[in-house]
Design a protein around this ligand. Structure first.
Ligand code: BGC
Length: 530
């Protein structure tokens, strides 16, 4: 690499350093903001009560439906829980049209979702569907249609929602590029149920589920251990985590009905908004530009440094600054091929390098994974994805170093969130050998090379965890949380509803008995009791 390119790349890479000291500072502030969120509303880390008060143990059974809206795709699935930690899942997936993410009215988006559910039922559950459509036509709402065979649906809606019941909650704000203002403040379950009812589908939206909660449930169902899973985490298009908290630590008021007997409740942290006020998070010029030019400046500040939707953009901004630096030759030189031919590097006019969001984070994975001396896969991808023709090995190396630095900072920040929750739970102290289980999902943990290893490396540096503690933390993949996890919560919800009905019948019987006792007709009178 020419000297100036080496030096300038190093200068940029250094801006993404996130030292062990920074990690510990981050943990202290994360714990402070977590506890603030447990006490009052309107804080950076929202700490949303989910009304889910227990995690599964693998023996749950039944057929449920789940849908998942949260990022790039909309998924519809039916899940058969076999009751032996296994399940069978049938699903279909469609990309959400970009224009619907910023639709004028929420009806456009939710109408589209209901249509997909209809299509799925017709394709995969035709008999069941036809029989029910015939019967449902005679009643207007899912509630009015009293049928044991109504599909109970878990709605994975992966945006910040203030819940006020297991299937009720109003949207706080959109994230990840969605922006449909009229949905904010509305009950998203009702929005979906209304559209389902318009199509007379045999489906009841039984549970509202954040993808992190689904991941936690799915992981608990498939990997039951001596101690239940503590955290469900997503490191994908967006990032967030849910964990099991002691109800006594939850000091803000939680309205509505939930089972208090377990003494615990799953909390959706919405950690994507950790430190929106930038008390401790790193702030390079690239982070600042990304935020300023996003649809939601000033919020989801942690997410904008950690998740897949944003990492590519940070790399792009850093690489462009290097490209525009007059003292540096990046993507401008003459390259010699292995067969001796020479060609000048040039960038296609419509290259994503010069467009906002034009660099997909998956290119970072290619860069980091390429260990060949010539960086040939990376150079090939720079050509096909970014139209950077004939990049030199030096150019590719500079790109790789920047991608690595941005990815590593993201993993170490992820460790701040996970490590803080492990400390908050006290589980490492409660016993001396049990594992603390974490279920994780999302493209970064699944595909980004060594993402989990980099998280572990930072966990070891956290005071209160250390190398021994890190050994006892198990971060396992929990794919399909949005399917099986949502189904499990629909199951819990159906159980809660049955219990509520049984309780209500018992209360009615009781009231009637008292009424009867007080209304026993005296001789010669008559009474009619209903
Ligand atoms: C949302 C969370 C979600 C996360 C992962 C974030 O943008 O606010 O609700 O869990 O993305 O999908």
């Amino acid at each position: 690499m020419p000297n100036s390119l080496v030096e300038e790349t190093k200068r940029i890479v250094a801006q993404f350093d996130y030292s062990d000291d920074d990690v510990n500072k981050g943990v202290r502030e994360f714990l402070r903001q977590m506890n603030e969120g447990l006490q009052k509303d309107g804080t950076s880390i929202s700490q949303i009560p989910t009304y889910v008060t227990g995690v599964p143990n693998g023996t749950e059974k039944g057929l449920y439906m789940a849908v998942d809206l949260g990022g790039t795709n909309f998924r519809v699935c039916s899940v058969h829980l076999n009751g032996d930690t296994t399940f069978n899942l049938t699903y279909s997936k469609v990309a959400i049209p970009k224009e619907l993410m910023v639709a004028k009215t929420s009806k456009e988006l939710f109408g589209f979702l209901a249509k997909q559910i209809e299509f799925f039922l017709k394709t995969h559950h035709e008999e069941h569907f036809e029989a029910h459509v015939r019967r449902r036509r005679s009643s207007k709402t899912a509630e009015g249609y009293e049928d044991e065979n109504l599909f109970q649906l878990g709605f994975t809606f992966s945006f910040p929602v203030q819940q006020f019941g297991i299937n009720k909650g109003s949207l706080i704000r959109w994230t990840k590029g969605f922006d449909i203002p009229d949905a904010v403040g509305k009950d998203v379950c009702a929005l979906l149920q209304d559209e389902i009812d318009l199509l007379h589908l045999p489906v009841k939206v039984a549970a509202l589920v954040n993808d992190t909660v689904g991941t936690l449930m799915a992981r608990s169902y498939t990997s039951p251990g001596k101690t239940a899973t503590l955290i469900g985490a997503i490191f994908g298009t967006g990032t967030n985590g849910a964990y099991v908290e002691k109800i006594t630590n939850l000091q803000k008021s939680v309205d509505g009905v939930y089972d208090k007997s377990t003494g615990e409740m799953v909390i959706n942290t919405e950690w994507g908004s950790f430190d929106n006020q930038l008390n401790v998070l790193p702030k390079t010029q690239f982070d600042a530009t990304l935020d300023r030019e996003s649809v939601n400046p000033g919020i989801q500040i942690f997410e904008k440094r950690v998740s897949g939707m944003f990492l590519g953009e940070i790399v792009r901004l850093a690489v462009v600054s290097l490209y525009e630096n007059a003292n540096v030759s990046l993507f401008k030189g003459v390259t010699s091929n292995t067969n001796g031919e020479q060609s000048t590097t040039h960038i296609g006019d419509d290259s994503g390098l010069f467009q906002q969001w034009g660099l997909d984070s998956s290119l970072m994975s290619v860069a980091v994974a390429d260990d060949t001396p010539e960086l040939s896969s990376l150079r090939q991808e720079l050509d096909s994805q970014l139209k950077i023709r004939s990049a030199s090995v030096e150019d590719a190396q500079a790109f790789k170093n920047i991608a690595h630095a941005v990815g590593r900072r993201a993993a170490r920040l992820s460790a701040v969130a996970l490590g803080s929750i492990v400390i908050q739970s006290g589980r490492l102290k409660e016993t001396s050998d049990d594992l603390v289980d974490i279920g994780a999902d999302g493209s970064l943990v699944e595909h980004y090379p060594f993402f989990r290893d980099m998280i572990y490396e930072a966990l070891k540096a956290i005071e209160g965890i250390g190398p021994e503690g890190a050994e006892r933390i198990r971060i396992g993949l929990a794919t399909d949380g949005s399917g099986v996890g949502a189904a499990l919560i629909a199951l819990v919800a159906a159980g809660m509803e049955k219990k509520a009905i049984v309780d209500e019948i018992a209360a009615l019987k009781n009231a009637a008995a008292q009424k009867i006792a007080g209304a026993i007709p005296s001789a010669g009178e008559s009474a009619t009791l209903t």
